[in-house]
Design a protein around this ligand. Sequence first.
Ligand SMILES: [Zn+2]
Length: 393
Amino acid sequence: MIEWLFFLLPVAALSGWLLARKHYKHNPRLQGSAVSPDYFQGLNYLLNEQPDKAIEVFVRLLEVNSETVETHFALANLFRRRGEIDRAIRIHQNLIARPNLPVAQRTQALVELGLDYMNAGVLDRAEQLFLDVLNKPSPPTEAFQQLLRIYQQEKAWPKAIEMAQKVQSQSQENMGALIAQFYCEMAEQQLKSSNNNVAILLKSAHFHDHNCVRATLLEAKLHMQAGNFRKASKSLLRIEKQDHRFLQEALPLLLDCYLQMNNLKVFNNWLDALLVEYPNMTSARLMLTHVIQLQQGSQAAQDYLYPQLQKHPSVEGLHRLISLGEQSNPMLVPLIKGVTDTLVRRGYRYTCKSCGFAGKSMHWQCPGCKQWGSVQPTEIHLSSLETLLESSK
Ligand SMILES: [Zn+2]
């Protein structure tokens, strides 16, 4: 309750000041006299820890007009931020009920009330309010954006697409990538069941975002379901142009396609060329190792991977090499040392428990948040090694 007071007192003081100012303006003879006794009654309720009664007094006291309406908004926002949604709702409803409220502020109050309902998790009420706001002259972008949020939470994808397009035309912000994701959500659902209009949905996704990797992956899966591995592989190869960082997602599907087409040689050559272009792509290197193993056996795979790891050390690569049967080779030790050296060198050994700053040397005063004694030694390099080893299983 004491904490509550600290928050509310400045607002109460501001209300008092606004009230006094208004009072003086309209009644010059009152200059020098005290503010309304109601104001003190409100303060009294506050001091007696009766916030509900205090709010009632303040709300009644502050006649809603262009001077005091901002105080109401501030008070309500304060309550909403503190999770006291029902109080925020009461203030906003009180504002909306005033017939003399200017149009722009009424719209704002409706939006704020909608936000209250969003916070309370009453999405259908929030939706109705924001939809009402859209019918007002020059509706604020906030209403469109909140509706977009609601439709995403409800997974109502067609409505979300419609709203994203409205946000785009309102704010000139490019929503293409987002709209493409919504089409992919719909396509993914359909792919599990009937899949008769999946292709159309994916076309729409690509129409809105030419470089939508997710739509390309789904397109490939659709072709694979139909047994058309040539078309599927053609789709998957396009991902290199769209965003090569996502190729990792395509590699297992590509392997499947080339196995089905009985054409691993082509896949092998493509991976070779890919690694020339992107020498640090560990996923491609491991896939190539696997392809070599399938074509020429474990020894050939080891012979390929071993010199590769000397140039491009990686925990995953090392793991693969060991699984291929390299355990007894003494040449493995310098390779392991190369990997652990990198991990130790790159790992942050000190972190601040207060701000999360991470560094390689001890600081008794944190360079990030300037606190004393908050930086502590950690076993981060050890745990990150374990995490990496864990994730490569
Ligand atoms: Zn810090």
